[in-house]
Design a binder for this molecule. Structure first.
Ligand SMILES: [Zn+2]
Length: 322
């Protein structure tokens, strides 16, 4: 595989620097052959007037290389006019990548609705599978497959807090292992050059239990093992791990200390460098020797249909975001 991208929502750079190695695979196997460091997201004002980095705006910036004001997903809480990938005001990298390479995607945040590529399942906010959240529409997923934690009706938070030790933790992380299994299966049938795999378990855990909680430590280790599984299954020439924001240490809320890493098998040394989040766009393109071209430039105004809006709203509520 040419490039493996792993999008870890809310992965703070502090997981790698302050803590006693809850991410040992990334640290010992990937970092010595990587450019890595802090990635600084942009901040958005929310309903209460506070400024903080938010998920929708920053993933959309990663995908377009421009600020939220320009791509349109620019509201804290991010359900204003523009909502997700389908109604971005500017062109994203995914179209460029799928036009040049075989692209597979599972669970990358803010990628609804699914678009044409080899195969894909939209990510956050998407816990239910519908014919608009997968491509091709008849993609075989296996019975009971889920892309995110949630039951489609209630908020996920209470269950996870109350029953963490009574089986909910296993359910919560089990979904991620099933996503890896599925990526391996889909790739065996229809191999891709570029795989993008996303997860939101770090973000959820940090919101519920905070950055330095024992629960979040367990999740960092789990994410590390997922990255290891993906790496060993696909043996990529290059790998990019990235997040959209980090978390404060004292309060369970987002801050502007995200993380990125660009691994290259042929590298013999490493480099630490802080970057702005929009620089990750060029990084992904350089890894694939693609030009920025029309990415970040205005594209024909697309608007969601009411059913798409309802779907996104429903999922955001169910996932505890609204
Ligand atoms: Zn996020």
């Amino acid at each position: 595989m040419k490039l493996l991208i792993v999008g870890v929502d809310g992965y703070s750079d502090r997981v790698f620097y302050d803590l006693e190695l809850p991410a040992s695979f990334v640290k010992t196997r990937l970092m010595p052959k990587s450019l890595f460091g802090r990635s600084k997201p942009s901040v958005q004002r929310d309903k209460s007037g506070k400024l903080a980095p938010h998920t929708g705006p920053n993933w959309s910036s990663i995908y377009t290389g421009v600020t939220p004001k320009i791509h349109g997903v620019d509201y804290g809480g991010w359900l204003n006019d523009q909502m997700s990938h389908g109604d971005l005001k500017v062109r994203s990298i995914w179209y460029e990548i799928r036009d040049h390479y075989k692209l597979g995607m599972i669970g990358m945040p803010i990628t609804y609705p699914a678009f044409k590529c080899e195969w894909m399942i939209s990510g956050f906010p998407n816990s239910r599978i519908t014919e608009n959240s997968v491509y091709p529409k008849d993609l075989k997923l296996g019975k009971g497959f889920k892309v995110d934690y949630g039951d489609g009706i209630t908020s996920w938070r209470d269950d996870l807090i109350k029953n963490w030790d009574r089986g909910e933790y296993e359910k919560f992380v089990g979904i991620e292992d099933e996503k890896v299994d599925l990526a391996i299966k889909l790739n065996a049938v229809n191999p891709v050059d570029v795989l993008a795999f996303g997860t939101t378990i770090v973000d959820k855990s940090c919101h519920l239990f905070s950055l330095f909680s024992p629960q979040s430590f367990k999740i960092y280790k789990k994410v590390d093992s997922i990255i290891k599984r993906l790496f060993e299954a696909f043996n990529p020439e290059q790998m990019i791990v990235l997040s959209d924001h980090g978390f404060m240490a004292i309060k369970p809320i987002h801050n502007d200390k995200g993380f990125y890493l660009w691994y290259e098998e042929s590298q013999t040394s490493s480099e630490l460098r802080s970057i702005e989040i929009i620089e990750t766009t060029k990084m992904i393109l350089s890894a694939l020797k693609l030009d920025i071209g029309m990415i970040g430039h205005k594209q024909g105004e697309k608007k969601y249909k009411q059913e798409d809006k309802d779907f996104i709203l429903h999922n955001m509520k169910e996932l505890g975001y609204l």
